[in-house]
Design a protein around this ligand. Structure first.
Ligand SMILES: Nc1ncnc2c1ncn2[C@@H]1O[C@H](COP(=O)(O)OP(=O)(O)OP(=O)(O)O)[C@@H](O)[C@H]1O
Ligand SMILES: [Mg+2]
Length: 326
């Protein structure tokens, strides 16, 4: 299952991603956590100190390795240099699983011990202004998109991505890669305006979107979110003393998280799990081709000096029945 947390800056994406990851790990599920946000805070939210977080390898710095590995022996992708962030897998490409080891995880993922198990954390690395351009060749989130496009994931295993709601993910198609997207919204006009914009982009691509209200303080907050998001509002989370203690560097045991927040996390998981039944690998593969062609025409063909449309393998459909080559 691929789950994204998006929303306005400061809304609580990282906090809720990290709580969801802790909840999944405490339940014994295999989890890969990915920090693809402009502000890279997922490591600290999972309990790493500053030095540990700074020592995490950045996916964005390892794009050549990632590309070279994923293209495998796919004859349609002649070299890592001609592989862009939207280059889809085809016959001969290497596919990854949530579980197990492979050179991408070796290079980019680091275990973080949590109550009840460990999560493997990957981070894009900090963004610069140049990373935020629509057509950026070296886009940091490009590494995440390549990863998700080469991932064969099943039920009861999770990739949780902490992400911005920004133009970078809309341009590339990253926002269409998830079984479920949780849009974190504070009960403010700005909070819900990001929701409306996201929903607009999501509409044409069948993106499953649910709003998670955060920092909700009372009935008035709840009424506001309900009025703005309607049935898209899944659940709300209030102020958490557990989170505050964690922010002070004194994380309590996870089992001490407030009961209402634990219930909210259970509902997030239940809703994510239910999304599995709506999964459509053909559409997932078709959308890769759609965004690849768009990026090829907008900048990729010129940049690489090749016809990137030829990288699309028309007979290939990603799916769980494919034998993962790793
Ligand atoms: N439910 C909550 N209870 C207590 N504190 C919270 C809660 N949600 C978020 N916070 C606090 O609000 C601040 C912003 O949250 P967070 O960093 O998760 O937001 P974000 O959307 O990831 O922000 P950014 O856009 O900067 O990445 C943090 O200090 C966090 O601890
Ligand atoms: Mg964040």
């Amino acid at each position: 299952m691929k789950i994204a947390f998006v929303g306005k800056g400061g809304s609580g994406k990282t906090t809720l991603s990290s709580l969801f990851v802790r909840h999944l790990v405490a339940g014994g599920a295999p989890v890969i956590a990915v920090d693809a946000d402009i502000n890279q805070h997922l490591g600290p939210a999972l309990g790493l100190d500053e030095a540990e977080a700074a020592a995490l390898p950045a996916m964005g710095d390892r794009l050549p390795l990632i590309k070279d590995f994923l293209r495998g022996s796919n004859p349609r992708v002649a070299s890592a240099e001609t592989m862009i962030k939207t280059t889809p897998p085809g016959e001969g490409s290497r596919l990854l699983r949530v579980r197990g080891d492979n050179p991408v995880y070796d290079a980019c993922a680091r275990p973080v011990e949590l109550d009840g198990g460990a999560v493997r954390l990957m981070v894009t690395g900090p963004f610069t202004d140049a990373d935020l351009g629509v057509s950026c060749y070296h886009s940091k989130t490009g590494a995440v998109e390549l990863y998700l496009n080469h991932l064969v994931d099943g039920r009861d295993e999770y990739v949780v991505v902490d992400m911005t709601a920004g133009s970078d993910s809309f341009a590339s198609g990253l926002f269409t890669r998830f079984d479920l997207t949780f849009l974190v919204a504070e009960p403010t006009r700005k909070g819900v305006s990001v929701y409306r914009q996201y929903k607009e982009y999501a509409r044409d691509f069948g993106v499953q979107l649910k709003v998670v209200g955060n920092k909700v303080q009372g009935q008035d907050d709840l009424d506001f979110l309900r009025a703005e998001a309607g049935d898209d509002l899944l659940v709300t989370v209030g102020h958490s003393d557990w989170v505050r203690a964690m922010e002070k560097g004194r994380p309590p045991r996870f089992e001490l998280l407030e009961d209402t927040n634990r219930q909210a996390l259970r509902l997030l998981r239940k809703t994510a799990d239910a999304a599995y039944d709506r999964r459509d690998w053909e559409r997932y593969t078709r959308q890769m081709a759609h965004f690849h062609l768009r990026n090829a025409e907008a900048w990729g063909n010129e940049r690489t000096g090749t016809d990137l449309a030829a990288q699309i393998d028309p007979g290939f459909v990603l799916g769980e029945t494919l034998a993962a080559t790793v």
